[in-house]
Design a protein around this ligand. Sequence first.
Ligand SMILES: O=C(O)c1ccccc1NCC(=O)[C@H](O)[C@H](O)COP(=O)(O)O
Length: 260
Amino acid sequence: MSVLDDIVAGVREDLAARQSEVSVADLRAQLADAPAPRDPMPHFRRPGSSVIAEVKRRSPSKGDLADIPDPAALATEYAAGGAAAISVLTEQRRFGGSLNDLRAVRAAVDTPILRKDFIVGDYQLLEARAAGADLVLLMASVLGDDDLRRLFDVATELGLTSLVEVHDEAETERAVALGAELIGVNARNLKTLAVDNDTFGRLAPLVPSDRVLVAESGISGPTDVKRFVAEGARVVLVGEALVKDGAPREAVAAMTGVEA
Ligand SMILES: O=C(O)c1ccccc1NCC(=O)[C@H](O)[C@H](O)COP(=O)(O)O
């Protein structure tokens, strides 16, 4: 079993437990009070790099990264630094996140929020919206064509923007065929956890220029951002480098607006 298989198995177990506690009807009722989703695309399409800054406590590849006792305070720093969106990892077992983190961040900032999780069912999309998310991650490595299409359509109906994540040529072709406007190239192979910074440059030419490309994983500073912008990225998604930086506001600012 790969690391990814193990993560997804745990996600399915935790999801089943939550589904037994809160019905779909109750979740839908909560949506009535949720604020309208924010559209991140106009910011992402601005000239120069946009940053999705991640709230990430730990990871399978690196173990403990940062305690983050107050995710809202960290998100406030990210927003002050000019983050175009904030990614909140809500997976609990391997990343130490939760939907409560997302709710806390939602209460603190007006910036679009990405629910970063291993989405396998419609229920998680409803949860994301009810907690105040504006974007969701859909991973081509986790979802077959039918599930990817259905979840993409349901997310769109809910007003959520889907970040469709790919890691190889076949996944990229599927994301393009789906019509995804926002495509993330993850440099991390989620089966081996190895990061290959050449992945983005290899896959970017397969994506039509009207789509918005996000470079994900292993980005440590403005020099990396400049490289990915030159290769076609409009957005970078950064976790580890920001949560370990003592000055996250300044670190986001330094990665924002970088030109090729
Ligand atoms: O980060 C991991 O080790 C990981 C392992 C297995 C599945 C997903 C994983 N990370 C999720 C991400 O995509 C990253 O958190 C995100 O791209 C930021 O990466 P980084 O800047 O390298 O923290």
